[in-house]
Design a protein around this ligand. Structure first.
Ligand code: TLP
Length: 348
């Protein structure tokens, strides 16, 4: 099997490389000790992120996983409950960190195909004040939704979940790892997608192409708590301006171009959906991620992934017959053409 990373790497937008402007900014960044609040570049990135998302304050964290974890730890105490979807990244892919490290009890309700949670199901999951039960503190949404296929939640839907949560005295956290994809795809200001949320995590190191880092945004009080949680998790990073500098470039230069990734994903999905043995729900192809199911006499997902890899196309198996494809910075129209040809030759 090929061990080199595939040249046309559609496994994840986490494989993006920093742009030349990012490397230049990293080289020149003024830095200081961020645990003492003295790194001017981190401070500038946090101020920019807070302003972009329309929140009072922001915190630079190592990863999306750490951003979600510090948020959960800041909203909930031990034994408290957080309502989230059964397909949420926080439930599937974060090692159950909030339970392992924070004693937070996840209350799981079904994720719909479009990544949303049904309002009635959220409401029904909220606990009564009864000594038998944990105390519900938080509702968590994910936008775009990874396992639903990069689907977008709308401002109206998000507002309605926030209103429900707030009416019951709960907070709303948004795992917005790809919130800018959701904003660009819907043609709305990112602030509209988070305006009623109490906290939001977004990632610099996915479609925005920075090498490292995510931000948590919220009220000044919330970010004060989150900063303490980050420190206890070992996330105080000292001269972190070196990496924050790339994040500033990401926010200033890389947001609008996400539209190109969406066009590329749509073209590839439309094209391979016509091949024998491939099933894609094209209504769910809204941003830079899509999944397809394979029902083919010759191929399992792992066999196809290996064969594609031999032909320099990388995709990710996520089940015996399910494969994920992600477009991003560095994947050009010509790469999509090549990928279409390779898929066509293998599956004809
Ligand atoms: N997702 C990664 C993998 O973990 C699956 C990927 O390749 O898509 N929230 C969402 C919605 C995510 O998709 C991810 C990363 C995270 C949080 C965590 O971010 P990191 O990888 O920075 O910890």
């Amino acid at each position: 099997m090929t061990t080199q990373p595939p040249r046309i790497d559609l496994r994840s937008d986490t494989f993006t490389m920093p742009s030349p402007a990012m490397r230049e900014a990293m080289f020149r960044a003024p830095v200081g000790d961020d645990v003492f609040g003295e790194d001017p570049t981190v401070n500038a990135l946090e101020a920019l992120a807070a302003e972009r998302l329309g929140k009072e304050a922001a915190l630079f964290v190592t990863s999306g996983t750490q951003g979600n974890l510090v948020s959960l730890l800041s909203h909930c105490g031990r034994g408290d409950e957080a309502i989230m979807g059964d397909q949420a990244h926080t439930f599937h892919y974060e090692q159950g960190g909030s339970a392992a490290l924070g004693g937070i009890h996840p209350r799981i309700i079904p994720t719909r195909n479009d990544g949303s949670l049904r309002l009635e199901e959220i409401e029904a999951a909220i606990r009564l004040d009864d000594p038998h039960f944990p105390v519900t503190r938080l509702v968590l949404l994910e936008n775009t939704h990874n396992r639903a296929g990069g689907t977008c939640l709308t401002p109206a839907y998000t507002d309605s979940v926030a209103a429900l949560a707030h009416n019951h005295g709960l907070a709303l956290h948004i795992d917005g790892a790809r919130i800018f994809n959701a904003a660009v795809a819907q043609g709305v200001d990112v602030q509209a997608l988070v305006r009623q949320a109490d906290s939001v995590t977004f990632c610099l190191s996915k479609g925005l192409a920075a090498p490292v880092g995510s931000l948590v945004c919220g009220s000044a009080d919330f970010i004060h708590k989150a900063r303490r949680a980050r420190k206890v998790l070992g996330g105080g990073m000292r001269q972190a301006g070196i990496i924050a500098a790339a994040g500033i470039v990401a926010l200033n230069e890389m947001v609008e171009r996400l539209a190109e990734d969406h066009v590329n994903a749509r073209r590839l999905a439309d094209s391979i959906a016509t091949l024998p043995g491939i099933a894609i729900d094209l209504d769910l192809v809204q941003t830079n991620i899509f999944y397809f199911d394979l029902d083919h006499p010759r191929w399992t997902a792992h066999m196809l992934v290996d064969a594609l890899h031999q032909r320099e196309v990388g995709v990710l198996p996520t089940g015996p017959n399910r494969i994920r494809v992600v477009t991003h910075y560095g994947i050009e129209t010509a790469h999509i053409d090549e990928a279409i040809t390779v898929f066509g030759e293998l599956l004809q």
